[in-house]
Ligand binder design. Structure first.
Ligand code: AMP
Length: 605
């Protein structure tokens, strides 16, 4: 297998030499991806030959691709949930992986309303570091940067003891990034970024939603930041001693800069605020692919159209790949899966065109579908696939839930556009709500209408990101048989019941992160959904196949719905949400949260 570039090189190595090594590695692995993949699979199977899961499925120590494909099922999280629960409850026997599980990563994907737990092993950190190290040579020369990283990685020595590299040099001291209090973390990072404003060359966060949250935070708290820069002191709400010490090493009284920032922030219009406050910024480093594309207009507004750079595609299950053309347009971003990261397979996706949507649960694959899975080098240009991974940490033929489209090739390695998360209809931040969850939530809510002899005859939904923060909107058409008017409080109860019924990531966004606003129900005039159908048919949908879409995104449809709203109601309070995961809160396994849940704190400018 091509040797991965080292994390550190002798001190006499120049940046150019280090970059050269990394580029050579990319050339190498993309020139022989099939070979690398074969080796990755046999390595994973060899070292895990005796784990319970592989034995249970009868792999019998085979390490070749054919036996693996013939024997092993293609699975979803639910299929291994019992195994994961055993590990989470302290069973240290080799169930999925021969190496000790070092921690769980909590995915923003959910199962039964709870976050999925992804087991990981120590050495995965090395693989993740490798991917980060490949994110370097965009065009900008060294300087202070912001770069997406995840909490687990942040807390590891791989991050804290990283060798000097201009591409991982931040304006935020580690202490501010690692501070568990999100207000203090965000505040101190903004303060450090602003008091060194001329040195900042890139700004960013993992996902666009988190970056926008940082800007909104600044909109609210800039007077305090300005005061601190003017006087060279830190606001008393920042109480963490390590954060205070770290910030004080950077902060010096600078009345001139404070006056400049005050003047810019005081203006009513925040268009271009990023380039105004950080005049040397060359680009914004955020993921704007997938559902995050809804934030592109607002990012363009704040940054005056700076390039939006999506560098990597990663998940709790595995880090997948990098964007080798970081300065391309957001709509053209493609990720090259790095063949050493895991063994990748691809399940062809046959999507229905048009507006029609159906409610479906992910089902087990039948034999024929299993045979449809193809290897990394066998994917076809333009075709869409669901990603299936086999990882060093013990996931075997695991369906990640992402749909990718082949956009091109780097040498022999395919490059993929991120298309969507399978089945997800609504998303504001890291929440992912699918049709089935939405359907159940609506079903629970309509119970409030029963005493009034009313029912919901049709509904659809919309992720409204024009409000701050964004929020879910449900459009309801009612069928009313009773004569008693329905009081507003009943609809408010419906809003709250829907929120209570949604998954824990949604509720965390509402309660803890405040990244999602109160859910809204808009009641539309009778006949509205017929109009919606007429509209879809006018666009070419077949009347026989037409089903009401459970989520709408197309602007003319939203306009049509909004023009027929007769009343609207918001959730009157936050739904219930408790921190932690009920299944593992009482044992020794550490759980680490992905940064996007905390991206208020982990990002810097
Ligand atoms: P998590 O399950 O919380 O670890 O989140 C991982 C998921 O985030 C992936 O499976 C994707 O659905 C999404 N994701 C990660 N990177 C990207 C990207 N570059 N573009 C779009 N979506 C992404």
């Amino acid at each position: 297998m091509p040797e991965a570039p080292k994390n550190s090189y002798p001190s006499d190595y120049s940046l150019d030499e280090m970059n050269k090594k990394k580029l050579e590695f990319i050339e190498n692995v993309t020139s022989n991806p099939d070979e690398v993949q074969k080796k990755v699979l046999s390595e994973i199977l060899l070292r895990n030959a005796h784990v319970e899961y592989l034995q249970r499925n009868g792999l019998n120590g085979h390490t070749d691709r054919e036996s693996f494909k013939k024997t092993m099922p293609v699975i979803t999280y639910e299929d291994i949930q019992a195994d994961i629960n055993r590990i989470a409850n302290g069973d240290t026997s080799p169930i999925l992986c021969s190496k000790p599980i070092s921690e769980f990563l909590t995915s923003s994907g959910t199962s039964g309303g709870e976050r999925k737990l992804m087991p990981t092993i120590e050495e995965e950190l090395e693989r993740r570091s490798l991917l980060y190290s490949l994110l370097m040579p965009a065009k900008t020369p060294g300087g202070l940067v912001a770069r997406p990283v995840l909490t687990s990685y942040y807390k590891s020595c791989h991050f804290k003891e990283r060798p000097y590299d201009p591409y991982t040099n931040y304006t935020s001291p580690n202490e501010t990034i690692l501070c568990p209090d999100s207000y203090q973390s965000m505040y101190s990072q903004l303060l450090c970024g602003l008091c060194q404003n001329k040195e900042v060359l890139r700004v960013g966060a993992v996902f666009a939603s988190g970056f926008i949250r940082a800007i909104r935070f600044l909109e609210k708290h800039w007077p305090l930041v300005v005061k601190d820069i003017r006087t060279g002191t830190i606001d008393s709400q920042i109480t963490d001693p390590s954060v205070r010490d770290a910030v004080m090493k950077i902060l010096k009284p600078n009345p001139k800069l404070a006056g400049f920032i005050e003047n810019e922030c005081r203006k009513d219009c925040w268009q271009g605020i990023i380039t105004r406050l950080w005049p040397n910024t060359k680009y914004v480093d955020v993921i704007v692919t997938g559902t995050m594309s809804q934030y592109i207009p607002i990012l363009d507004y704040y940054s005056n159209g700076l390039p939006l750079v999506c560098t990597m595609y990663a998940s709790s299950e595995c880090y997948f790949g990098v964007n080798l053309n970081p300065l391309c347009k957001p709509s053209e971003v493609s990720y090259t899966l790095v063949p050493t990261m895991a063994y990748f397979e691809f399940l062809p996706v046959h999507r229905n065109n048009g507006v029609a949507n159906s409610i479906s649960m992910p089902k087990s694959l039948n034999e024929k579908e299993r045979q449809e899975l193809v290897d990394l080098v066998d994917v076809k240009l333009g075709q869409e696939y669901e990603l299936v991974v086999t990882t060093y940490a013990g996931l075997y033929r695991y369906r990640v839930g992402d749909v990718l489209r082949v956009a091109g090739f780097k040498n022999k390695a395919p490059q993929f556009n991120f298309i969507c998360r399978k089945n997800v209809v609504l998303s504001i931040d890291s929440d992912k709500t699918d049709e089935v969850e939405l359907q159940n939530a609506v079903k629970n809510a309509v119970n409030h209408l029963v005493p009034f002899d009313a029912a919901v005859s049709e509904y659809t939904s919309y992720a409204d990101t024009t409000t701050v923060p964004g929020h879910y909107v449900l459009y309801w058409e009612l069928s009313l048989n009773g004569t008693t008017p329905i009081p507003p409080s009943v609809f408010e109860d419906c809003c709250l019941t829907i929120e209570e019924s949604l998954n824990s990531v949604y509720r965390q966004g509402r309660v803890c992160d405040k990244s999602i606003g109160p859910l809204e129900i808009k009641i539309v005039e009778p006949g509205t959904f017929d109009k919606l159908m007429d509209y879809a048919i006018s666009l070419g949908a077949s009347i026989n196949q037409y089903k009401t879409p459970r989520c709408v995104k197309f602007a003319p449809i939203i306009e049509l719905l909004n023009s027929r709203v007769v009343s609207n109601y918001f959730s009157p309070k936050c739904p219930k949400w408790v921190a932690g995961h009920k299944q593992w809160s009482s044992n020794n396994n550490k759980a680490t949260t992905r940064i996007e849940e905390m991206n208020g704190k982990a990002q810097t400018v």
